[in-house]
Design a protein around this ligand. Structure first.
Ligand SMILES: [Zn+2]
Length: 274
């Protein structure tokens, strides 16, 4: 599942390519999207803005029409020049939004709907989102309160809960817990204030570091990159994807276990995260 920083970067790329430009073509395999397009055409409207809200991507068009998409597990947005061949097959195409200069294509997105800008604040899913870790006005006090309101939930699961904080996915979950030395299976009630503070601050730091220019996607560990300049996933992260490999701090073999209702994989060091 894409993490908050992936959506944030996608939104920023789309914003740069499309914002202020009139839509020249709109296409979708979703009947509920094309129905609105037939009644109130998207073609001819200006792309006002593209923004991330947690893991939701909100594309606003002139006239107050907003396209909400969510990438879920396999969705992605690509940007192409007109005529450029796509990296995915046409059967994976869900939405196409074209301007004179760019073609934005959503592949394998399962969640897409039109919203009205004036009622956005009342949208059930958006309304429930916790403080957005990538937002300039992120509120750590609110995030702390929401986290502590779930005393029985295990630390790893509470980090994934978008109603607590918006933006953390499965990779950062393991990385943040390791960085703070927190065992993933500790219930929230067993966390010290210092640990809670560390989890929130570290999540924000990792996500923000990964939306700066020039950094490979999802980097929390840069030790190897500094020396080898290699960029394989296993060389960019502390624990995620490294089960059985030695911990970068203490050399203990890292562990892996499914966790929570959705059996999401958790990686951790049994020595550093007791
Ligand atoms: Zn360790």
């Amino acid at each position: 599942m894409p993490e908050g920083d992936t959506i944030f970067r996608a939104a920023r790329t789309l914003q740069r390519a499309l914002a202020g430009k009139p839509v020249t073509a709109f296409e979708s395999v979703f009947p509920k999207l094309t129905r609105v397009h037939e009644d109130t055409p998207v073609t001819g409207r200006l792309v006002d803005s593209v923004a991330a809200a947690g893991k939701h991507l909100l594309m606003t068009f002139s006239g107050g029409l907003v396209l909400r998409t969510h990438m879920r597990m396999n969705g992605s947005w690509h940007i192409y020049r007109p005529g450029e061949s796509w990296q995915r097959g046409r059967r994976d195409m869900r939405i196409v939004i074209a301007t004179a200069d760019f073609v934005a294509v959503a592949f394998n997105i399962t969640v897409a709907e039109w919203l009205e800008q004036r009622t956005l604040g009342r949208h059930e899913e958006l309304k429930r989102l916790g403080p957005d870790l990538l937002s300039e006005d992120f509120d750590p006090v609110e995030a702390t309160a929401r986290l502590k309101a779930r005393p029985d939930v295990e630390a790893a699961d509470v980090l994934l809960n978008q109603r607590v904080m918006a933006g953390i996915g499965n990779v950062y979950k393991s990385e943040v817990l390791f960085a703070c030395g927190v065992n993933p299976f500790t219930p929230v009630r067993g966390l010290t204030d210092e640990q809670v503070g560390c989890l929130i601050a570290t999540a924000r730091r990792f996500l923000r570091a990964n939306v700066t220019e020039g950094l490979a996607a999802m980097t929390t560990y840069t030790g190897f990159r500094r020396t080898t300049r290699r960029d394989a996933p296993g060389e960019r992260l502390w624990v995620y994807g490294r089960a059985g490999e030695p911990c970068r701090k203490c050399a203990t073999p890292l562990k892996l276990a499914p966790q929570g209702r959705d059996a999401r994989l958790t990686y951790w060091c049994p020595s550093c995260q007791r």
